[in-house]
Design a binder for this molecule. Sequence first.
Ligand SMILES: [Zn+2]
Length: 255
Amino acid sequence: MSIRIAVDLGGTHIRAASYRREETRPLKRQKIKTRSRDESIFERLVHLIEQVIPENETLDAIGIAAPGPLDPRTGIIIETPNIQEWKNFPLVEKLSSHFGCPVYLGNDANLAALGEWRYGAGQGHDHLLYLTISTGVGGGVVSDGHLLEGRQGLAAELGHVTVLADGPVCSCGRRGHLEALSSGTAIAKYVEGQLKDRSTVSSLRSGAKRTAESIAQAAREGDPLAISAYQRRANKKPFLGEHKCPIFPVQKGAR
Ligand SMILES: [Zn+2]
């Protein structure tokens, strides 16, 4: 029988899993660190894919999700955070000539939106807005049943929408983007900045590693600094409110 492989290419880990058509339960899956001294990242990726192909199965296709910028049409990784050696890297061509099957490449947040629309919360809807909030803020949009990709897969980069003109500097170098205010990294950075003022009272001062998770826990326990970090974040997202979103206006009752 035939299978498909899905790969999530991250800066820290690469994950791969094999599936039958239209099934969401993996047959085999594996996760490795992206970097190693012994092999190139491409060699590690090839070995990882080989490991998740079950015996006596034919490989139909491979889908790769990677952080942008990349070109989904040509299958070239233009540049990717944490894999600096991959500049204009023809990933699709190299993998398809190695495995002899079609290979597809897409922006990770866009493909997450597509997966959620097809198999998750978006099933049965024509329009979907997807946000992933972790180290950064990523976004994806399905409009009228089509994934919005744009040039170099950069459509719906919602983390890089300006929400505060003179706000903090974003990972992309510009100021006041949603990611610079609302990502896990931004929340931890805000708290670190506030703690430099010795008069700030907070239970977080004694904590070892301050992450968005530990700050959220402190906020639940009533710590005023932790609460202010999340309130600040909430206050800076007015465009996400109903009827105020300039990116993806949805009328009540629309599916
Ligand atoms: Zn940005």
